[in-house]
Write a protein that binds this ligand. Sequence first.
Ligand code: FMN
Length: 282
Amino acid sequence: MQSILALIGSPRRQGNSEIMAKEISRHLPGRHELNLLRLSDFNLAPCRGCYQCLFKGRCPIEDDFETVAEAILAADAIILAAPAYFLGPNASLKRFTDRGLALYPHMESLWGKPAVAVGVAGIPGKEGYTLLGLENFLAMLFADIRARGMIYGALPGEIFLDEQNRETARDLATALWEGKQPPTSPCCPLCGGSTFRFLSHNRIRCMLCSNEGTLTTVAGKTQLHIQKSEHDLFLTREDALKHRDWLMAMKGRFQAHKVRLKTISQDYRREGRWVRPKPKGE
Ligand SMILES: Cc1cc2nc3c(=O)[nH]c(=O)nc-3n(C[C@H](O)[C@H](O)[C@H](O)COP(=O)(O)O)c2cc1C
C-alpha cells in the first residue's frame, strides 16, 4: 500500500489547504494511507547559514526539522497544500525550505519522489509567487513535481463552492498516481515552472529551474523556448550533485580568499547602531 504524506502549510484547521489535500487523496485511484503533517505545528527555527549540515551531515539546530524530514523520507508520494499570505506561501514553508541543505545527505533516498503542489489564495489573481514557493519547496526535496495548481477561496471551505476545484483535485490526483500529464497552460518546457522574469532583448528566465530563453507567439499560441544552462535547479540528479559539489567547494574558496574577504567585511564592522530584542521579562 502506498503511503501518501500531505504537507499542510496552513495553520487553519479544516481550512482550504487541508480539505484540498484530503480531496486529492480521495481521488487517488489506488489503495493508499494518508498521513498529514501541519508544518506550523512544528518548531522549525530559521537556518543559521553555517553550512555545517553539508560538511558534518547534520544540522546543529535542535528542533523538529529531523521529525519532518523523517516523515517526508518515509512517504511514497507527497501532496503539498498551502495558502497565499501576502503574495507568497506562508512562512512555515519557507522556514523548512531554508533548511533544505540539510536534506543533501538524504538525496539518494529522496530523488524523484512523486509530488503535487496546490496553492490556495483568497482572491483570484492575488497569489503573487505562492506557486513558485511551493514548487521551490518540492525542488528542495528533490521531488518529481508531477502537477501544480492554484485555487481560490477565502473562507474555510469556500473552495468547494466552486465544483471546478474538485476537478482540479482529481487532475492532481491522477498526475500524482499516473505521472505527468500534458500542460494545459504555458510553462517552462524544462521544469514545468510557471513563474518567469522578463530580461532585456526579449529574453525570459524561469524562476524555478533558473534557465533562460525566449517567448514567442505563433498563431495566437504562446511558445517558450528555454535552454539548459549551468547551475539550474535541479533537472537531473547530476545537476543536484554538481550544485552540492559547488557548495562544498566554498570552503576551499573561502580559505583561498580569507584575508581579502575579512578585510572587506571588517571595513563595515562599526557602522550604524543595532536595534536589539528586549531582554525577556522587560
Ligand atoms: C495573513 C494573511 C495574508 C493573506 N494574503 C493573501 C494574499 O496575498 N492573496 C490572497 O489572494 N489571499 C491572501 N490571504 C487569504 C488566504 O490565502 C485564504 O484565506 C486561503 O483560503 C487560506 O487558506 P487556508 O484555509 O488553508 O488557511 C491571506 C490570508 C491571511 C490570513
